[in-house]
Each structure stands twice: as C-alpha cells, then as structure tokens.
Write a protein that binds this ligand. Sequence first.
Ligand code: SF4
Length: 350
Amino acid sequence: MLQLRRMEALLGKTEVELIEFARTLGEAPFRGKQLYKAIYQGRRLCFDDITELSKPLRERLKAVAEITATRIAKVFYSNDGTRRYLLQLGDGKEVEAVYIPEMRRDTICISCQVGCSVGCTFCMTAQLGLVRNMTAGEIVSQVVIVLNEVYGAGVSPPHGVNLVYMGMGESFLNYQEVMKSVRLLADDKGLSISPKRITVSTAGLTPRIADFAREEIRPRLAISLAATTQAERTTLIPINRKFTLDELIAACRDYPLSEREKLTFEYVCLDGINDSDEDAGRLARLLKGMRAKVNLIPHNPAPELPYRASPMERILSFQRILVDAGVPTFIRRPRGQDISAACGQLAARR
Ligand code: SF4
C-alpha cells in the first residue's frame, strides 16, 4: 500500500523560508543559506551529500524533512535522444516532464498541474481532467531531477537549457505556484536560469495575461491559439467561450513587450479542421502589426483523439502564406513520438 509522505519538503522554499526553517531547528541563519545553495545551485537532493553541514545536523534534518518527495517512476528513451520522465509526487500522483536535446540548446518541458481542466480536444492531458495543482517545489523538482539524470548532480548543461511550461496543465490556472517556481528557477543564487530562456504557455486566460505583464521577473509568453475564428477555437479550446478570441487578441496587442521580445503563438495543425489557406490568411490578419512569431505544431494523433495530422505539404503552404505576410513562422519538428513524448501526448500513462 502506498505510504503517504508527511515530511516537510525543502525544495520549493525561498532562501528566506529556509532561513526561517533553520531557525525553527535552533540553527543560525547561515544554515538556511547553506541549504538554499546546496539544494538549488548544487542540485543536491540527499542530505548526506550536503557535507558542509555537520553529520548530527544532517541526521536531524532527515528526521523532520526531505529535500523533495518527487521520484522518477520511469524514464522512456526515444531514438531521437528525447527522454520522457514519468515522475511520482509525494502523494503518489504522477506527472510528466520531457527532455529534448538539440544542437545548440536543450529544452525541458515541464508540467504545472496533475491533469488539466481546460479540455482542449486535441490534447491527451485533457482526458485526465484536473486532479490537482502542483506546488512550486514540485514544479521545480522536475527541472532538478531531469538535469541531474541527464548531466549528473550539480553539472551545468553545456549549452544552457530552455524551460517551457508546456507539459501537463494550464499555467495560468495555477498562477501563484507557477510564478513562485519561475522566481526560484531564475534566482542567481540558485539554478540561475534566465527568464529569457523560460517560456510560460497559456490557452488564453486573458485576465492573467495582464497580471503576467506586470511581473518583475517575467518569462517569455506563448499562447496556444489553434484556430482563427471564435466558433472554431471554442470547439478546440473550450475556455474560448469565456475568454473570447477577440479579447485574447486585444490582450496580446496590449502586452508590453520588452526590447527584442516577441509573443509566440502555438498553432496545432489538424487535418481539414484549421489548416486551410483561408485559416492562414485569417491568422496573418489577426497578428498584423504584432511583434509575434508562430510555431506550427504537427498534431500527434492518438486513438483517443478525433483528429489527424495535417499533411506536410499543407503545413508548408500554411507557413508560406504567413511568411509572405511578414509573420515569422516555424514548423516544430515532432520529437519523441516513439515514446509518446511529443506535444499533446502527455497523459502520465505507463
Ligand atoms: Fe490543458 Fe494544455 Fe492540454 Fe489544453 S493543451 S488541455 S491547456 S494541457
């Protein structure tokens, strides 16, 4: 029978919170700082590896806390180098993260919720419904665990790493924990991943786009668009009924981009549904004058999903129309398809 963990998890705490935690143990503030550095900068997940702390203190810590309850349940290795991680959280719930190696940079795709309530009809995660939000510590634990598994504990990725919040869940429905995780990931004294290398994705919760715009530490923003008319988008992304396409585009136009920043629009290509030349023309008009780029994502079919992938000639024609209209448009190469790690396929199924 699964044993529920009740230990206090330290990964997910800020430096101030770890100093306070040290104080509750009767320890000086610098012990909290040592813990913070060891956990985030050193990516040490076992108290025995934090040898700058005395052995008696490490034993006391083990009695009351753990660094993280997240464990690797299984790793799936793709022929193209992609790795899919099935991760078990402290309460036994499972989420997925994906490591995608590339020539010039590696990317880690992370989850922010167990399941998802948004119900996009082209996505496997939607089939789970929402189970629960993840904590900031659980979100960050995915990054630490994947980096350690790929490179070794504490070893920096040779080309740096990009993070994308495009795994399971809708980032803006778990806003506070997602933003806390971003601050922890970006902190210079910890993992030190530049916010410019972090992308948060949303299906389009417009009020949160305005909140996000005001964040002091703000990653790049990606919008999952998927359609160019109100009716079509509502069929594919049901929250579009409440947060309409017009409102979404208006919120994007108001978004205060920093120098050289662009909004990213993700557009999943579904055969015969949203991939016509007319759709491409409408998309070009929607984005006219906006500093934006489009990623076209070939759909990854699954027996549970009612769509086929658009033929590549169709996607190329779609891309041509956008590029001719001055919209930078890229076709996302599917990765990890043989291990169900590609976009829209994450469902924490073994
Ligand atoms: Fe949720 Fe994203 Fe899947 Fe939509 S695409 S159901 S927002 S995980």
